[in-house]
Ligand binder design. Structure first.
Ligand code: HEC
Ligand SMILES: [Cu+2]
Length: 328
């Protein structure tokens, strides 16, 4: 009698196994079921949830439309594929309190980057978290102003071709970070040591200053991040012609951002255009990456990338202007 009852239960379980599991999952207080949808249809649900330092939270991730991927900003955790009709389990433990951003890493549509949500982590940690002030804030730069280059080189400057034999300039990272290539070019041009050099040779010195303040590792890291996060708009070759560039204009939703002066969507910047780029300091580019365009179509990446990752992107952007070459 008992055995038969048990057998029948197993059959029922087998028959309705899947929905039953889903119900169990939802009723389990420790599990959060997260659904992904393209941004136009609502993005992540729930869009935000809470956690406590040191206490694991369990997520069951699934997609209600196309393939997405789940990742946590400013962390090393590998992205998790989020597939329609499948559940992916993940356990997260946070060791520091704060507000974390989770986001989609798959180009699921033109508004892909808007697929973001937040995790509020409370609790205490022995480690003191001091947020770094972005350079553009510390320097009070207006990163939305145009920064045209007053002078441009006749061809692409090359670090490997820098200067004439015997001429060597070493300028510190602070110059690389806070001054534009044009500003540095003008200073080097005015210096007496460069009297015998052509304008192009001085530009090569500028390329060398830029090159000598980056590392091959940082440029390689920037290149990887660029391909995954930026190329769809700015183009693999940096020319502002990525696959999403054309649909960008109509992609920005109407609502609180539309109709505001100066907040129209723009074309993705062409990083190979010397007339624009050589007038910008690294601090301006870094600021734009962190804060975004606030309605121009340029996403904000501050909560997504670490400080080192943002700088590696800046380092990489300069390779669209300067021939890298080996350090001379
Ligand atoms: C969805 C499209 C899109 C993506 C993705 C995107 N950008 Fe942009 N970006 C733009 C647009 C549009 C502009 C021009 C408007 C502006 O400057 O706000 C821009 C401008 C910029 C600027 C300002 C350049 C200047 O001359 O001042 C920088 C720097 C930049 N992007 C870097 C990046 C980096 C790095 C990434 C990837 C991490 C990225 N962008 C991803 C659309 C995009
Ligand atoms: Cu997505």
């Amino acid at each position: 009698m008992k055995a038969e009852w048990f057998a029948r239960l197993v059959v029922i379980l087998l028959g309705i196994g899947l929905p039953l599991l889903a119900i169990f999952a939802r009723s389990d207080a420790g599990v959060i079921e997260v659904h992904g949808k393209v941004a136009e249809n609502g993005g992540w649900t729930p869009e935000s949830f809470n956690a406590v330092v040191g206490q694991p939270i369990h997520l069951r991730l699934t997609s209600d439309d196309v393939v997405h991927s789940f990742a946590i900003g400013q962390s090393d955790t590998a992205p998790i594929d989020v597939m329609p009709g499948q559940m992916a389990d993940a356990t997260l433990v946070f060791d520091k309190p704060g507000k974390y951003t989770f986001y989609c890493t798959r180009w699921c549509g033109v508004n892909h980057w808007r697929m973001r949500g937040t995790i509020e982590v409370s609790g205490s940690s022995t480690e003191v978290v001091t947020p770094t002030t972005p350079l553009y804030v510390a320097l009070k730069l207006s990163i939305d102003d145009p920064h045209p280059a007053e002078v441009v080189p006749v061809s692409r400057p090359s670090a490997a071709q820098a200067g004439a034999p015997g001429v060597k300039v070493d300028l510190p990272a602070e110059v690389y970070r806070t001054q534009s290539p044009v500003e540095v070019w003008k200073q080097l041009r005015a210096a007496s040591f460069s009297n015998g050099l052509s304008d192009m040779q001085v530009w090569n010195l500028v390329a060398w200053v830029w090159r000598s303040n980056t590392t091959p590792e940082s440029i390689a890291s920037g290149k990887r991040l660029y391909s995954q996060n930026c190329a769809a708009c700015h183009g693999e070759t940096g020319q502002g012609n990525g696959v999403m560039a054309a649909s960008l204009k109509k992609a920005v939703p109407s609502g609180n951002m539309s109709g505001m002066p100066g907040h129209d969507t723009a074309a993705p910047v062409n990083f190979t255009d010397a007339r624009n780029m050589l007038g910008a300091s690294s601090a301006i580019l870094q600021g734009k990456i962190i804060r975004g365009g606030m309605g121009t179509g340029m996403p904000y990446w501050g909560p997504i990338f670490t400080d080192a990752q943002v700088w590696s992107l800046v380092d990489y952007l300069w390779t669209f202007q300067f021939e890298e070459g080996d350090k001379p």
